[in-house]
Write a protein that binds this ligand. Structure first.
Ligand SMILES: NC(=O)c1ccc[n+]([C@@H]2O[C@H](COP(=O)([O-])OP(=O)(O)OC[C@H]3O[C@@H](n4cnc5c(N)ncnc54)[C@H](OP(=O)(O)O)[C@@H]3O)[C@@H](O)[C@H]2O)c1
Length: 511
């Protein structure tokens, strides 16, 4: 019987297991990430006392996390882990550095897992639950899957019981795999499939992943065990794309090609989809293997029927259409963190800046509503082709480009991505500060402000740029002439669009 009194909108309402809030404090690491960001709300809805561990607390302001304690800690910095783990009974380990790219993530992931296990042992944590990747144990795995397996071994090596869940492709709004499949289907009338594209996998919907993650916490005997979690169907990647093509009403041909290693394909996929090369290279490497469930005991421990692949796609498309994408792969992109200091953290203000402003009678709220619609599908209002060209160039040199778009076209929150920017500060009706994540020889910010000025509103855009290199200075000089042209037009466009402000700023509901 489903437990009563679950919070509103909980995906886990029909779980056959019973909530056990008496288990104590539950820590969710990777809470700013795709899975962790959704898991916190589900645990809260089920009555658990939850602590969310993130590296950058200001990046996770969530409406669906009432009563959640947010702690800042970095698994690469052992000293920061002790306070985060203090008093914790169960820890979800959802830390992953894939966004660092194939050369760096494995080392970072192993060190993080080792540091975390030691700190958890010292803090007396009773159990670790880890979600890793599914892959055959008898073959030489891709770097990505091998690293996921090594992290599992590292976490299980100590005295704390460690439950390992292993998943293949996760389908949900905002998941990297879903966005890759969707963009390939939308963009390519003929889809080339390399030989390894005929490998099999067992895609699972994000809602079923969350149900298994929560359900296994409620099965006491599952302590030191490994479970594979998957959906109902075993499919090739071509089959997955073909189902989506049919749903989207697209006629697509799949042609098997004898060339195209995962590296080349990974790079090409990054140019055709919003997902940048560091991630596509890792994911494509993983496609070299069949990723099918073999340890199926979870079907008895947490018995429910996962939704079919087609339904997972329909739900993901529906979430996108309703503009209710709760978390997205881009939420955890690393330049947001230690690699990128915030504007107010710089020891001295950036040496280069450019500012443009206009006075208007439009209300601040309408102007700000127009500002917060910028980027994504609406574009950059003025000289859009220039922004796109810069984005395309960024993609070619392994940057994030503009194709990442936005999580939601209506809502913005700190930490959200807007094309090649990330929201660093958001003060409703007053200030939007974006930090550049495109590749450039320096650090850049773009600030939109609205102030009162003599009974009117002063709408301003400012660019800030910090660099120490000669290339950096040349870069600024080269782009300087465009600032006046772009910013003046952008201010006019914001004023004009504020006449039809559209939906108000808000954040997405979980799902
Ligand atoms: N998403 C999928 O499709 C999928 C499929 C199969 C398995 N999985 C598994 O599910 C787990 C979670 O994946 P995800 O998709 O949620 O990953 P994600 O969106 O990339 O999030 C990774 C999280 O790890 C955090 N992190 C990275 N380095 C850290 C460090 N040194 N200290 C503390 N936190 C750190 C990130 O925080 P910052 O925001 O601070 O960077 C982020 O919150 C992974 O183990 C992955 O293998 C995911």
């Amino acid at each position: 019987m489903p437990p009563s009194g679950l919070g509103p909108g909980a995906l886990t309402w029909d779980l056959p297991t019973q909530p056990c809030p008496g288990v104590g404090l539950v820590l969710v690491t990777g809470a700013s990430g795709y899975i962790g960001g959704r898991l916190v709300g589900e645990l809260v809805a089920r009555g658990y006392r939850v602590r969310a561990m993130v590296r950058s607390p200001e990046a996770v302001v969530r409406d669906d996390w009432p009563g959640v304690e947010v702690v800042a800690a970095d698994a690469m910095d052992p000293g920061s882990l002790a306070p985060a783990l203090d008093g914790v009974a169960v820890a979800y380990y959802l830390i992953h550095s894939m966004v660092l790219g194939p050369l760096e993530f494995a080392v970072a992931d192993i060190s993080s897992a080792r540091n975390f296990r030691s700190a958890a042992e010292a803090a007396g944590v009773g159990r670790i639950i880890y979600l890793g990747g599914l892959g055959p144990s008898e073959t030489i795995l891709s770097r990505h899957l091998a690293s996921r397996q090594q992290v599992a071994e590292e976490l299980s090596a100590g005295s704390i019981p460690c439950t390992i869940l292993r998943a293949s492709i996760i389908i949900g709004s905002g998941s990297a795999s879903f966005e890759i499949i969707k963009h390939l289907v939308l963009r390519l009338p003929v889809i080339p499939v390399p030989r390894w594209g005929r490998n099999l996998s067992q895609p699972i919907s994000i809602r079923d992943v969350l149900k298994y993650l929560v359900g296994i916490l409620e099965v006491p005997q599952s302590g030191d065990r490994t479970y594979d979690i998957g959906g109902l169907e075993v499919m090739t990647y071509a089959q997955m794309m073909s189902v989506l093509a049919e749903l989207l009403g697209k006629r697509r041909r799949f042609v098997t090609v004898p060339f195209g290693g995962p590296r080349v394909v990974g790079y090409l996929v990054s140019l055709l989809t919003p997902v940048p090369a560091p991630i596509t290279l890792c994911l494509m490497g993983g496609l070299r293997h069949d990723t099918i469930c073999s340890k199926n005991a979870i079907q008895f421990e947490v018995p429910f029927t996962p939704i079919p692949y087609r339904e997972a796609l329909i739900r993901a498309l529906g979430r996108e259409q309703q503009d209710h994408v709760a978390t997205r792969w881009s939420d955890a992109y690393p330049p947001a963190h230690e690699l990128a200091p915030q504007l107010h953290q710089l020891r001295r203000p950036p040496r280069y800046s450019a500012r443009h402003e206009l006075l208007t009678d439009r209300p601040a709220s309408d102007l700000f509503a127009a500002i917060t619609r910028i980027g994504g599908r609406e574009g950059w209002f003025e000289a859009n082709w220039m922004w796109r060209l810069r984005g395309a160039f960024d993609r070619v040199i392994f940057g994030v480009g503009t194709a990442r778009g936005r999580r939601s076209s209506r809502g913005l929150r700190v930490g959200d991505v807007i094309d090649f920017w990330r929201v660093e500060d958001l003060q409703p009706d007053r200030r939007l500060l974006l930090r550049a994540e495109m590749r450039m020889p320096g650090r850049a910010w773009l600030e939109f402000t609205v102030d009162e000025s003599g009974g009117r509103r002063r709408l301003a855009i400012a660019a800030y740029y910090a660099t120490r290199s000669v290339w950096g200075r040349l870069y600024w000089r080269a782009f300087q002439p465009f600032h006046w042209y772009i910013f003046a037009g952008l201010l006019r466009q914001i004023e004009q669009r504020s006449l039809s402000p559209g939906p108000r700023q808000g954040s997405a509901s979980p799902g």
